[in-house]
Design a protein around this ligand. Structure first.
Ligand SMILES: [Zn+2]
Length: 212
């Protein structure tokens, strides 16, 4: 989505993905207040908020769930996250790891575990990719070879790195998750911060994981 959550340091991406049929899926929701830009963008491209039927969350950090409540209310969409992140998004308990936890509790509708299919964006697989946070999840679309990788990876230019250590819960676990994702056939690597890498993203990931 254009114009959502611009940062002076690197681009930030909330993704709006078309489903089979006329509905849409939102992946992450930006900082608190980002809903205004999301709603403005939807109006610009003539998508009714009610056409968004699912909101998928990659992880608990505030810059991903900040506008979750507002977007869930405006769209009436079902909300999804990994079961560990769902507990932290509900502030039960409050997350005590690196990065900023949600400002307020939110109850996720449907909790996911590793390998669960999600009937969105033409068919996604939820991959538990812990390390950045304990329940971090990436969403893979095998037909189009899209990987929505949340904050597992950062992209700077055409270079893929892991998320900086100061924002990472457990670095060795993030490395293991990265190696696992490097085994997928990925064309578009759809990162939240920096990027995306639209072509041959899997090769860029493997350049990173060969060194891990
Ligand atoms: Zn994060």
């Amino acid at each position: 989505m254009e114009g959502v959550d611009p940062s002076p340091d690197f681009t930030t991406h909330v993704y709006l993905v078309k489903d089979r049929g006329g509905t849409w899926t939102l992946i992450d929701t930006g900082l608190p207040g980002a809903h205004a830009a999301i709603v403005a963008y939807l109006a610009k491209i003539h998508v009714e908020p009610a056409a968004i039927k699912k909101i998928l969350i990659t992880h608990l950090h505030r810059d991903h769930v900040g506008s979750l409540r507002e977007m869930a209310e405006r769209t009436k969409a079902r909300t999804f996250s990994h079961w560990i992140e769902a507990a932290y998004i509900g502030l039960h308990p409050k997350y005590d790891g690196p990065g900023t936890p949600p400002a307020e509790p939110f109850t996720i509708d449907e909790v996911l575990k590793d390998g669960d299919p999600v009937d969105a964006a033409g068919g996604l697989i939820a991959y538990h990719t812990p390390g950045h946070t304990p329940g971090h999840t990436s969403y893979y679309q095998p037909e189009r070879k899209l990987l929505f990788s949340g904050d597992l990876f950062f992209v700077n230019g055409d270079k893929v790195t892991l998320t900086p250590p100061e924002f990472t819960h457990h670095i060795p676990t993030a490395q293991i998750s990265a190696r696992r994702m490097s085994q997928l056939s990925v064309d578009s690597l759809l990162t939240y911060h920096g990027g995306p890498i639209l072509k041959q993203g899997g090769n860029a990931v493997r350049l990173l994981t060969q060194k891990l």
